[in-house]
Structures are given as C-alpha cells and as structure tokens.
Write a protein that binds this ligand. Structure first.
Ligand code: GLU
Length: 554
C-alpha cells in the first residue's frame, strides 16, 4: 500500500527539511510583554488604496504604541495581477506619511531575521509545510480540470446547495494513493488542496479585537493551498507567514472575516496558535444612487492615495482624517491638542466604529487648512517647490523665479497666534497667488477685465480709486490704514455705519466695505483674497498705483 508519506515524497522529492527546522530558524521574538508584532501585507497590484493606507496606519500605530515591531510583507503570489515596480512605489508612498517599517520588505532591500519578506521568494518554506500536511493526510493533490470544477458547480447550483469543493463533491479527496501516484507519474497537472475536517452546520466561536466575540460556521471547504505554478494561495501563505514571522495581531480589512474559519482550521491542523485578529471597517462613500458603497478605485479618485499627492494635500491631513475614522475620540483629542503631536494619541481597537466610515472630504479639507496654516513660510516654500516640481510646472516656474517674493506672499497673516487659513492644498495655488505677479496680473486683466459690483458705475469706481491712490497711506499700521481708508470713503459719501446704510441706503454711495471691495478687485482681480492691507504691503505702493492707474486710464 502506498502511504501519504510516499505521495508527499513523490510530489516534493527535494524537500528534506521539516517544520522543526523552520521553528528553529524563526524563533519567538524576544519582546517585552504586550509588545505587538503587526504587518502590512500589500499585493503589488498597482497603487496604494486609501483603505490600505488606513490599514497600514493602524498596524504602524499599534506596533509603535506597544513598543513592538511593524513589518511589511509583499504578497505577490498572484502573478497575473502583479504590476511591475508597484511594491517599491507602495513603500515610497507610505514613507511620505511617516509610515516606515521596522523590518521586512523595504522596496529595494529587506531588513530583519524573519525573511524573506516577499512571498514569491518563500517557496521553499511553503513546500516544507505543505509536505508536512501531505504526510499527515491533511492535504492531497487535486487533478480536477476547470471543466470538472464547472460541472460540480453547476450541479450544486441546480440542486441549490452551497457551491464549492467540499465533502462528497471533493472528488480527488477520495482517490487512492495508488491512483494519485499513477496520475502524478503520468504528468497530470495538479494543485494541492487542504483536507478539511469541518462541517458548516457547526459553529466556532471567534474573537476579534474590533468586532468582539461572535460565532461563525466552521470551514468545510477543501481549499487550494498550492497552485500549479508552485506558489501558495493567500489563505495558506497568510497562516504560514504570520506564524513564522511571529505576528501577534493580524490587522486587515473586514472582507477577510468570511475566510477566518479557513484560517483557524489551517492553524489548528498545523498545531499552531492563531494570532489575534482585528478586521477593520471598510471606508465607504455615498454612491450615485444615494446608497453607501465601498470607496472604489474605478469610480472614486480619492480611493487612490496618489490623488492626495497630485492635489498637494499635506500628508498629515489625510492621516489626521483617517485617525478620526479609526477612533471616535480622536477628533476631540486633536482639537484639544491644537492639531499637533497626533503621534501621542493613544489608539484603541475598542473605540473603532463597526460601521464603515463615510469618506468625508469636507473634514479632510478642514484638517488640511489647519495644518497648512501652522507651517512656516520656509516650510511652505519647500512644500510648494517639492509639489510643483512633480505636478505643476507653471507653479514651479513662478515660485522658483523668486523664492523670497513667494515667502512674502505666503507669509501674509502666517507665523502668528491665530494664522489665517487661506490654503488647504498646493493644487490650485497658482490661481490663488498669480495676481501677485505683475505679468500674470496684466495678462489676466487684458483677457478678462475686472468685474466690480454692478451697482457702481465706472465713474464712481474711478473716483474711489483716485482718492485711494492719492491719499491712502500704506506705511501706516493695519489699524491706521483702515481708519485712513474709512475717512477717505466717508469724504466721498460712503459710510462706515452699516446700520445707518441699511436704514437709509439712498443717503450714501455705499459702505466702506464697498470701498475696500473696489480696491481689492482692482489689486487682486478677486472678491476674496488674503488680507488686503498685507496684499498692498507685498505689492508695494508703486505697483498698487500702477494697477489703479490702469483702471483710471479707461
Ligand atoms: N494581500 C492581502 C491584501 O492585499 C493582505 C490581507 C492581509 O492583510 O492579510 O488584501
């Protein structure tokens, strides 16, 4: 009679090691009590999804907070979906958010004693473990073709029973070892399946750090653990890698909860202790039909982290925003801490909401404004150069043409107790600041003209501008400048008293607000701009007069 061991030797003749060798090669980590070992395990399929950034943020936070280890493992066993170079790109993007692994796959090299950290380089390890399962009758080769699998499925669909390769439908489970040997020797292609002992009528109790205790049906599927290309499937690689890399808490998306029974059975079959699990809620969005749906890479530009880079959002703003999804008490905390030192916030799984969070762009913009307002002018210059070099050539030319001038512009009401929050991202900055530049201002006016409030005719506008040009003293302080403007306006029949104006509009030409608006539009082309007093300081008296004279010449 042919034994399971003989079949295992036939399939893996060159594998002579056993699991104890792996146990010795990857010993338990010597870490203090309570230290968590977490991992981010991306597949190199293109780009960093906002949901994956969320996961990696939590993994990193938990490890840092407990004095543990955060590592990255590249899950590249699905060679069909792999996009060349995207593993490295993922790591580079994480770094921009200060999410730097202590260990693991680092893009162009590896660090740590538990590697290799790229799954396609771990074939030797998987083979040892799979051979062990074969020897112990917990795995078997399956020779079913796609047509046979389709046939099983359509029979199940007709009979309205759970689809899949299990129990009586798991044809190859019932082959004799003699038949197996013959087919292997004949060269029939095969995969290796796990032999489940479960029954889906029975339930198992599980504990999840986010979802708490719950019951779920046992696994009874004989899932594929080893594909014909010599690489393992996700389920098997997860169990094997998280065991030998000594992960203490597996933090991953909620979509994996359904597979948990498979993973638990695999851990049991191998006699290993399963790690703790934390399944994170999915980030949602209100779809076109008004229903909630997953943030999707096909429909939502904000599903890709690159969107935030391309638009010049400060990375901290996105992280701060994601932390509000992570913990319900974070928002209050960060307000109390004036949007600073978020790394000191104590994260806890128990304060994570179970419902998928709705992605809230408004809140992200709010954080972005707060964060940009806190930067110094030098930091803003560096950020603007850095951003525009990659994404906005026009802005780059403008800023780099005169960095000192840019610093003056960007410093308006910055570097003070309550800085103004004029900017939320670097994307679009060109349009906001271009009026400060003489040529761009002139081009704009030539092409578009200036649009004033219709209630003033050109004559009144000119009257106001001439009086301001001749009498407004920008050498005064802000308060003095404003009083000066007010007096000039009053002289011309405008009032500083809004109430009086409201009660009797006929008695006045307008308000001092109107005077300021005429000046603002003339100097900036816009109805909204940074503080006008400082705009004038940056432009200088001569340029202000020149802009006014262009209108007076009409
Ligand atoms: N490679 C899997 C994914 O990208 C990882 C899931 C996990 O963290 O275990 O979804």
């Amino acid at each position: 009679m042919i034994t399971d061991k003989q079949i295992a030797d036939l399939i893996f003749p060159d594998v002579n090691s056993d699991i104890s060798v792996l146990e010795a090669r990857y010993p338990n980590r010597n870490l203090p009590n309570g230290a968590e070992v977490t991992r981010f395990a991306p597949s190199p399929t293109g780009f960093l999804h906002t949901g994956s950034l969320f996961t990696s943020l939590i993994c990193h936070k938990v490890a840092k907070q407990t004095g543990g280890v955060f590592y990255v493992r590249l899950e590249d066993t699905d060679t069909k979906r792999e996009i060349e170079g995207s593993g490295l790109q993922l790591l580079e993007q994480l770094k921009l958010f200060n999410i730097v692994p202590d260990e693991g796959y680092l893009g162009d090299h590896e660090l740590g004693n538990y590697g290799p950290y790229v799954q396609s380089q771990r074939a030797d390890i998987y083979k040892i473990v799979i051979k062990h399962l074969l020897e112990n009758g917990r795995a078997y080769p399956c020779f079913c073709s796609q047509a046979e699998l389709d046939d099983i499925r359509s029979k199940q669909e007709k009979a309205k029973i759970i689809p899949g390769y299990y129990g009586p439908f798991a044809k190859c489970r019932y082959l004799t070892n003699e038949e197996r040997k013959e087919r292997i020797e004949r060269g029939d292609p095969f995969v290796i399946r796990f032999k489940s002992n479960g029954n889906h009528i029975r339930k198992i109790k599980v504990h999840d750090l986010v979802h708490g205790d719950f019951e779920i049906a046992q696994n009874d599927m004989d899932i594929v653990i080893y594909k014909s290309d010599g690489l393992p499937t996700y389920h098997f690689a997860h169990v094997c890698d998280d065991h030998f890399m000594r992960t203490t808490t597996v933090i991953r998306g909620e979509e994996w909860i359904a597979s948990l029974p498979i993973h638990i059975e695999l851990f049991e079959a191998l006699g290993w202790k399963a790690p703790n699990y934390a399944h994170l809620p999915v980030i949602m969005k209100i779809g076109e039909n008004g229903n909630k749906r997953k943030l999707s890479k096909r429909h939502d530009s904000e599903a890709a982290v690159s969107y935030f880079f391309e638009n010049g959002y400060p990375g901290e703003a996105l992280i701060m925003y994601l932390m509000t999804i992570a913990n319900s008490n974070f928002e209050e905390w960060i307000f109390a801490h004036k949007f600073e030192h978020m790394e000191e916030f104590e994260f806890s799984f128990s304060k994570m909401s179970l419902e998928g969070a709705l992605f809230d762009m408004g809140k992200l913009n709010f954080f972005a404004r707060e964060i940009l307002a806190k930067k110094t002018k030098e930091e803003m210059l560096d950020m603007a150069l850095d951003y525009s070099k990659k994404y906005d050539e026009k802005l780059y030319d403008l800023v780099s043409s005169n960095p000192e001038y840019f610093k003056q512009i960007i410093n308006i009401e910055r570097e003070k107790e309550n800085p103004r929050k004029d900017y939320e991202k670097l994307g679009g900055l060109y349009d906001l600041i271009s009026f400060f530049y003489k040529d761009l201002y002139d081009n704009y006016v030539k092409e578009n003209g200036l649009t004033y409030n219709e209630k003033f005719d050109l004559e009144t506008i000119k009257l106001v501008l001439k009086a301001l040009r001749d009498n407004l003293d920008i050498a005064l302080d802000e308060q003095g400048w404003f009083s000066n403007m007010k007096a000039i306006g009053e002289e011309l029949g405008f009032t500083g008293d809004r109430k009086a104006y409201k009660a009797n509009p006929e008695a006045y030409k307008g308000t001092i607000g109107d005077v300021a608006e005429i000046l603002r539009i003339t100097l900036t082309t816009k109805r909204n701009s940074p503080n006008l007093y400082y705009v004038m300081q940056v432009l200088g008296k001569e340029e202000c007069d020149r802009r006014i004279n262009l209108v007076l010449a009409k």
